[in-house]
Design a protein around this ligand. Sequence first.
Ligand code: SF4
Length: 296
Amino acid sequence: MYFDNAEGMVFRPPSEANSLILRVTIGCSHNACAFCAMYRGVQFRARPPEEVAALIAKAARYWPDARRIFLADGNALVLSADRLLAILAQLKAAFPKLARVTCYGGPADILRKTPAELAALRAAGLQIIYLGVESGDDGVLAAIGKGATAAEMVTAGRRVLTAGLKLSVMVILGLGGEERSREHALGTARVVSAISPTMFSALTLMLHEGSPMRAATDRGEFRPLSPYALLQELKLMMEHIDVAGPTIFRSNHVSNFLPLAGTLPHDKAKLLADIDEVMAVFKDKTEPTYNDDGPF
Ligand code: SF4
């Protein structure tokens, strides 16, 4: 639920569908990932304390029993620990039934915070940080302009978990295109294994109109994977993932056909068998193809 009329569109993770969305920042302070068109044209700003306080008061009038709150937009964790602690205290006072607060955080936002600051945020009610790792391959990370290396992703992810927070990691299948599919799969498996996150989602590259990656594709400079090659990439990634766990895994790749879900490492063999099953169905889909909604 959303009580706001600030500029720009609202995005949130699928798992926050039933949460109150509170936009403490507008846009994304990084706003440079080549595949992302979410906040293009939106000037990033941190909302002033009085604006956030008014927003919280308004939301509490509409939904006093809210139990879950997602702090938006693209990287609310960019705010200083002190600012976030003040917001968390306000939320605690305004929503007596509040059970969890979550937000997106980029690698730089996490690494700017000390382990003690992250632990303080956890103690104040922040429960889950969603981190877009996207890839564990430095070549892919550089090509998409993520602004972090694979090693920094691991340090950031481990810091969140060590502070007692839950960490939800997203990676994007097909992000290396045909050229770096193997490196992308193996590097991502390495990074996910080293982090061993609470949750791990494998999304599929969508080439949105307005994104630099879509433009590169239209110019023939980026060659997207076929549906079958995406499954091959997912299989290679899964084969090499070795998390301590338990890590909840989800993939939207074939969600209309066979949703992939399980807990790693326990369900790894079953997940690989599921991927094989889908690959048999998609064995003829070997042409690179895409639309705004993904590769199918
Ligand atoms: S993917 Fe995330 S960090 Fe990158 S530009 Fe989009 S919102 Fe910002």
